[in-house]
Design a protein around this ligand. Sequence first.
Ligand code: URA
Length: 251
Amino acid sequence: MSEYAGERIAKVIARAGVCSRREAERLIEEARVKLNGRTLTSAAVNVTAGDEIRIDGKLLPRKDEARLWRYHKPAGLVVSHRDPQGRPTVFDKLGEQLPRVVSVGRLDINTEGLLLLTNDGGLARFLELPATGWIRRYRVRAYGKVDDAALSRIAKGVEIDGLSYGPVEARIDQAKGDNVWLTVAIREGKNREVKKLCEHLGLAVNRLIRVGFGPFVLGELPRGGVDEVPPKIFREQLGPKFRESHADRRR
Ligand code: URA
């Protein structure tokens, strides 16, 4: 153990995919974390690879390789580890199939499609970072009428209820009865962003499917299906910034 070398213990615990950094700090405050056999009382401690960390007596998994999965989320599941209203969560469904994972951002309960999952909190944050600006692509079915002129009103970004939304690429794929199918691509992923943009155009979304997130696509993944993206592939896809930030993990 050292005061200066290594990294803050809560960050290391979060990166192992056990919980968030803040939750790790809480576990330390609750005296549930042992470092090299001694119970910690403060999170202001740095650790290195040789240190042994236990939470409630259980050894923290070694810095295993960051892993990433594509999951085809069905409608009706909440993206949360615990739902106060007791609704089924994606993590209940996936519990047996995967190690402990976190989601990369969230989808609303009735949104379907691509949800990325990872055992690595740092990777999740990297993918969510607004600065990385990955394109999130959606197929949208909405009730109402819209034309290209209306879509061009939101193309350069728009302010709705005092919140500013970035540029939106949207196109009409098909008009079917009272509904229209659109493809909408956004870069930020603000809360209920696609629904709000559509409402702004007088449309009511009744089906929302995410089909792409950055370089990852839903493709033919069946509903409820989960598929690992090999680490070598996603490291290449995420580029040098990610590889630099995770360089220590490949030793
Ligand atoms: N936009 C929404 O309105 N909902 C989602 O779940 C994702 C994007």
